[in-house]
Write a protein that binds this ligand. Sequence first.
Ligand code: C5P
Length: 291
Amino acid sequence: MRVLRGRAPAKVTLSLRVLGTRPDGYHELDALTVSCSDPNDRIALYPQRRGDTVSVAPAGSAPTGAANNLATKAITLLRPRLPADLPGIRVRLHKQIPMGAGLGGGSADAATVLTLLGKHFALPRRDLERAAARLGSDVPFALRGTPAFLRGRGERLVAAPGIASLTLVIATPDFGCDTPLVYRAWDELGSPRSDRVLESDLVDGGLANDLEPAAHAVFPLLGAFRDAVARSTDRHPIMLGSGSSYAVVADDPDHGAAIAARLRADLYLPTVWCGSTIPSARTGSPGSTAR
Ligand code: C5P
């Protein structure tokens, strides 16, 4: 195997409705999710003589134990399909997507590993999809990458048609949110529905994140962060996943770059990105963008 290289884009939940608690303890979701070019992780796979290992830069930006990192777990699941003369793979992750930021970084890394190996060894798509479903609720979406409605616990995908590329500015504060804690708080708060809605024709009733009140209850600093993003950008910030990142929709890439520069300066925050989202396989009418 030659060295394989790829990029893992961030996941952006434009809208996240939580419909209830399931018998398995997970929550039933109805979400609209897209992939964003920035932030992204760079990934390289090197053949090596023994075993699968992972190294991460910058240090501490992802788990390094092969048993804990989703990228190496992805290789383990594909191992029976890989050639016998490939005894090991070293994964080199150059992380930009922060952990605990609601951006699905670990899932995106795993999906990119599946895609790189799948392409190089011409593996059946079905095997990649099966491995993705076993790796976590978010990995099937990351494997596909195009806009999708996520149902069930997030693993059931329905392609969202007609969504053109959007310019997004994503800002992550210097703390993360623990996903299980946020879901537990949602239960304890009595299953709140968010009434902060961004008018849009992408989703009936607009874009909202039902986990936002729960995330703010567990991580009170998040409210101040959202307000600072709103003040600096003069836009409606959307909380991503279970937090801690927020995104705003910009008019176009130049506008996005200007907003991002102002946010970095106003908040003294390096973790601000401007990216474009991957559109639906066939983009539809011009009326299909968020406003
Ligand atoms: O599937 P994943 O490992 O990303 O989920 C992390 C945690 O988030 C789960 O252990 C669960 O506590 C919570 N979760 C949930 N309902 C979902 C997805 C995640 O309760 N649909």
